[in-house]
Design a protein around this ligand. Structure first.
Ligand SMILES: NC(=O)c1ccc[n+]([C@@H]2O[C@H](COP(=O)([O-])OP(=O)(O)OC[C@H]3O[C@@H](n4cnc5c(N)ncnc54)[C@H](OP(=O)(O)O)[C@@H]3O)[C@@H](O)[C@H]2O)c1
Ligand SMILES: *[C@@H]1O[C@H](CO)[C@@H](O)[C@H](O)[C@H]1NC(C)=O
Ligand SMILES: *[C@@H]1O[C@H](CO)[C@@H](O)[C@H](O)[C@H]1NC(C)=O
Length: 318
């Protein structure tokens, strides 16, 4: 009897977990991208690679903006082979270095005439500091894409209607933003245990959502729109630096039971990038190809504005 109840409880937990974590919708839009240019940051693996590949299959010119030349060129070659689209190229971008971001933008703006879609996909959950002395997670997941987006904004405006898409995470819901910590330590949290890294990751993903909110306001009237999203729970390399034994067990369970492949993880990104008639939802957050309302803190005008100002300071923009 007890065994029976345990089995029933496990099955119920499994189905509920599955409903919550696993995304099933497939983007079915038929939009083509011939003559359009797309940047996908972190396009060499995981969700980014699946996104880049789908964009290439639709005929777009796709720039894989990655930190590793070897991994980036290899992925570009694979996507060219897979899709038959020769317009897939690698360009070096290390989001942990403001110098590299500046160089990328300079090279890109010189070499390319258009920018129709900027997909801020790259992120990590690793310890350490960026080249500029910021916490790695704050730097790569938030400040880097902030600077990149701003450096490319003029080109996006010239090519309007154009879009910026930010791959955030449902984890943003657990995030809070401690401005004292950012101002004093240039980090989102202190410490380097798995729990600290996870916390910093959720905070950084909250920054993504807040930024989309603020950016949408600043872009009113330009025909450039922006969206943030949760891609679903996906087997990728994301947790590579989260490795204490307790979290390893958790990771293994999630991977085995509650995660899908990067292709399904790319569907909501494709939706935000390509779905027609969502321009009036600029600044909002999506999950499983649907609009989702975020918590009040993630759409608070005051916090979003303050974060924008702090971020400008941290990348020397003002
Ligand atoms: N997987 C999930 O379940 C899940 C859930 C919620 C949200 N997300 C979000 O989905 C997005 C993609 O994640 P993923 O799961 O596909 O992770 P992933 O497999 O780890 O891919 C992350 C990509 O970001 C790149 N990257 C890391 N640091 C970088 C830097 N300093 N400069 C440039 N690129 C850098 C990586 O490059 P290297 O290959 O060189 O390391 C890699 O290409 C992230 O924004 C993540 O937060 C994922
Ligand atoms: C994406 O996130 C970055 C960093 O949080 C931010 O600077 C940028 O404005 C965001 N873009 C969009 C479209 O949300
Ligand atoms: C935005 O798009 C609309 C409809 O296509 C157009 O009428 C308007 O002039 C555009 N505005 C700008 C600033 O490009």
């Amino acid at each position: 009897m007890i065994l029976f109840m345990v089995i029933v409880a496990l099955l119920v937990a499994y189905f509920i977990g599955h409903r919550i974590f696993v995304h099933r919708k497939t983007f079915t839009g038929t939009a083509k991208l011939h003559g359009k240019t797309v940047i996908v940051t972190g396009g060499n693996t995981g969700i980014g690679k699946a996104t880049a590949s789908a964009m290439a299959a639709r005929g777009g010119r796709v720039i894989l903006a990655c930190r590793s030349k070897q991994r980036g060129e290899e992925a570009a070659r694979e996507i060219r082979m897979e899709t038959g689209n020769e317009n897939v190229i690698f360009m070096q971008l290390d989001l942990a270095s403001q110098k590299s971001i500046g160089l990328f933008a300079e090279n890109f703006l010189k070499a390319e005439r258009r920018l129709d879609l900027l997909i801020n996909n790259a992120a990590l959950a690793s310890p350490g500091l960026t080249e500029d002395g910021l916490g790695m997670i704050l730097g790569v997941n938030h400040i880097g894409p902030f600077l990149l987006t701003n450096l490319l904004l003029e080109r996006l405006k010239e090519c309007a209607p154009s879009r910026v898409v930010n791959v955030s995470s449902c984890g943003h819901d657990l995030g809070t933003i401690d401005f004292d910590c950012i101002n004093t330590h240039k980090k989102l949290t202190l410490g380097s245990s798995d729990a600290d890294l996870f916390r910093a990751y959720t905070h950084s993903k909250l920054c993504n959502v807040l930024f989309t909110h603020q950016l949408a306001k600043r872009l009113q009237g330009t025909n450039v729109t922006c969206y943030s999203l949760h891609p679903g729970s996906v087997n990728s390399e994301l947790g590579r630096d989260i490795n204490e034994w307790k979290t390893r067990i958790l990771k293994a369970i999630v991977r085995r039971f509650f995660a899908t492949d990067p292709v399904s993880g790319a569907q909501t990104t494709l939706y935000c990038a390509l779905q027609e008639d969502i321009e009036h939802l600029s600044g909002r957050y999506f999950s499983d190809c649907q609009l989702v309302q975020v918590k009040p803190e993630a759409r608070d005008d005051g916090i979003a504005k303050k974060l924008w100002d702090v971020s400008e300071k941290l990348c020397g923009m003002n």
